[in-house]
Design a protein around this ligand. Structure first.
Ligand code: GLC
Ligand code: CA
Length: 569
């Protein structure tokens, strides 16, 4: 396992639409990112991952690309992106861009050609099927955004496949010409000077092209048989080919996104000896509180129950232990697809907001892997609860509503509550820079409302308050970046079944770190296991006035402490 710049990086994820609006049209943009680079550098960030900024009709805020070689006019121009790269490099920072390879927009020229006739050379760039002999859909598979994966197109009396929105037709990865066009595009971006890619929805490139039907849950029209288009064998062939034909020869990082991957899958995608990706993003730890069985009418991420901490710890352990020495982890709590972590796994009440946000950061970022901090996390931005459906913007919310309330299987109130807890728009409200109107994000009404709590949760307050979440992040990242043990050390989890406490060590050569966190709002007693020799541990950081290590400790609500010792040799 060699050292590498991306193993020692701190990545910060930017959702450009919501980060900073430099020209006051209500939409964040690339010049807006450039204006905030010093802020990010000060925080300790060494690389940015910027979500798609390509030309797009914005059905899914840019994940529906209509031209890979152009920048969406509301975000800027190719010159702005080149300037962003230069400004980053001048600060010793890097740029990772999003590559969307599973689908394009239905307004992409390839799709316009493809749908025009069955003989068009681009026909086979996408996945087309006729209705079944009985007139039913080619299969009863459900899309991730709700509804069928098939959309009818009258021009050729056929259906095209879309596992996300119907404006995002899936590319046909069995087509070699299509693959080569994609590789050419990737190399073009590498020649613009980007330092890596986060490869969107890559788990879905290989589909079962036989399209068998599957049983449906009671009351549901479509089957959530995502395994028919997720983490299937051929996806690995495509990734290896991509690595050879597109990525090879550049000092870059590649991060695959494979939702629903198991640890076995994850190792296939990212083990060093597999020559696929450098790192992987999975959702394993994001939904350990989901409750599909308890609410079959809204299975998956829209269902939830109280968090059982041991499940979360087991999820982390699975990756920390099984990947050690074999592959490199990503460490992330949230992104543009997840609710805000302080609301989800922390506590966003005014009493515990700061403490729990710091505890969550301590729990995660002392582990092994590369941190990926989502914009606003460093100031503890929270979920939002818009009252009206019309205040929401995410396409996924509207299909959920249509397929549940619209079909009489759930009430308006129930679905609004689920949207408040789980929707992706929780993470997409504008970045809260200060307490001026529109949170200093823009001088005009933004494309989505700001979270009303911007008056007190904002960057300006965080910078002024020495005890803020921001300053804690800064300190924590600094500790991490200056410690080979925290970057490369071995992870050991203790008290795995304890319902309240997270306790683990990181160890390398003769140095040990010990991380101890109380995950909830009650005061708890904890006895440190006898196998840990508590002598000589000194306090490194804590979210309270630090306490000394003892065998029996009392941890206050959301208390987080890190200790360190050097073993004598
Ligand atoms: C990924 C993205 C998500 C997007 C989807 C389709 O999961 O993170 O935002 O909607 O892929 O591109
Ligand atoms: Ca703008």
């Amino acid at each position: 396992m060699g050292n590498a710049w991306w193993k020692e990086a701190v990545i910060y994820q930017i959702y450009p639409r919501s980060f900073y609006d430099s020209n006051n049209d209500g939409i964040g943009d690339i010049q807006g990112i450039i204006k905030k680079l010093d802020y990010l550098k000060d925080l300790g960030v060494t690389a940015l991952w910027v979500c798609p900024f390509y030309e797009s009709p914005m059905d899914d805020n840019g994940y529906d690309v209509s031209n890979f070689y152009n920048i969406a006019p509301e975000y800027g121009t190719l010159d702005d992106v080149k300037q962003l790269i230069e400004e980053l490099h001048a600060r010793g920072m890097r740029l990772i861009i999003d590559l969307v390879l599973n689908h394009t927009s239905d307004e992409h020229p390839w799709f316009i050609e493809s749908r025009s006739s069955e003989n068009n050379p681009y026909r086979d760039y996408y996945i087309w099927r006729k209705a079944r002999p009985d007139g039913s859909l080619p299969s009863n598979w459900e899309s991730f955004f709700g509804g069928s994966v098939w959309e009818y197109d009258a021009t050729t009396d056929s259906y095209y496949m879309h596992i996300f929105s119907k404006k995002m037709p899936d590319l046909n990865w069995t087509n070699e010409n299509m693959r080569n066009d994609i590789y050419e595009m990737i190399r073009w971006w590498l020649n613009q000077g980007v330092d890596g890619f986060r490869v969107d929805a890559v788990a879905h490139l290989d589909k079962n092209m036989e399209f068998p039907n599957h049983p449906t849950l009671p009351g549901r029209q479509y089957s959530g048989c995502y395994f028919e288009f997720s983490n299937r064998p051929k996806v690995h062939e495509y990734i290896r080919e991509m690595r050879q034909k597109a990525f090879a020869g550049y000092d870059i990082v590649t991060i695959g996104e494979a939702g629903g991957a198991t640890i076995e899958d994850a190792l296939k995608y990212s083990a060093y000896d597999r020559n696929e990706f450098d790192m992987l993003i999975t959702f394993d730890h994001c939904w350990v509180d989901e409750d599909s069985e308890g609410s079959p009418h809204v299975p998956g991420k829209w269902s939830y129950k109280k968090l059982e901490l041991p499940l979360l710890k087991k999820s982390f352990k699975k990756y920390q232990v099984n990947m050690y020495g074999k592959a490199w982890n990503t460490l992330y709590w949230s992104n543009h697809d997840q609710p805000r972590v302080v609301s989800h796994y922390g506590n966003d009440s005014s009493k515990y907001h700061k403490l729990s946000a710091k505890m969550l950061a301590t729990t995660l970022y002392m582990m092994g892997g590369t941190p990926i901090i989502y914009q606003g996390e460093e100031i503890g931005m929270t979920n939002v609860a818009f009252e009206s459906l019309s205040d929401y913007r995410d396409v996924e919310i509207f299909t959920l509503y249509r397929e549940t309330v619209g079909k009489g299987i759930a009430s308006h109130e129930e679905i609004m509550d689920r949207i408040h807890k789980r929707s992706r728009d929780n993470a997409r409200t504008p970045m809260q820079w200060d307490d001026s109107p529109y949170a200093g994000f823009s001088k005009v009404q933004p494309w989505i409302n700001v979270n009303p709590n911007y008056v007190y949760i904002n960057v300006k307050n965080n910078l002024q308050d020495e005890d803020s979440i921001y300053h804690y992040y800064r300190k924590l990242l600094n500790i991490r970046q200056n410690s080979k043990t925290l970057i490369y050390g071995k992870f050991n989890l203790f008290l795995e079944d304890d319902a309240n406490i997270v306790l683990y060590t990181r160890e390398l050569d003769n140095e040990i770190y010990l991380v101890l966190c109380n995950f909830f709002d009650n005061t708890v007693e904890v006895k440190l296991p006898d196998e840990i020799n508590i002598e000589n541990f000194a306090l490194v950081i804590s979210n309270y006035e630090g306490q000394k290590i003892t065998r029996n400790m009392i941890l206050r609500p959301y208390e987080a402490i890190v200790y360190r010792k050097q073993l004598s040799i």
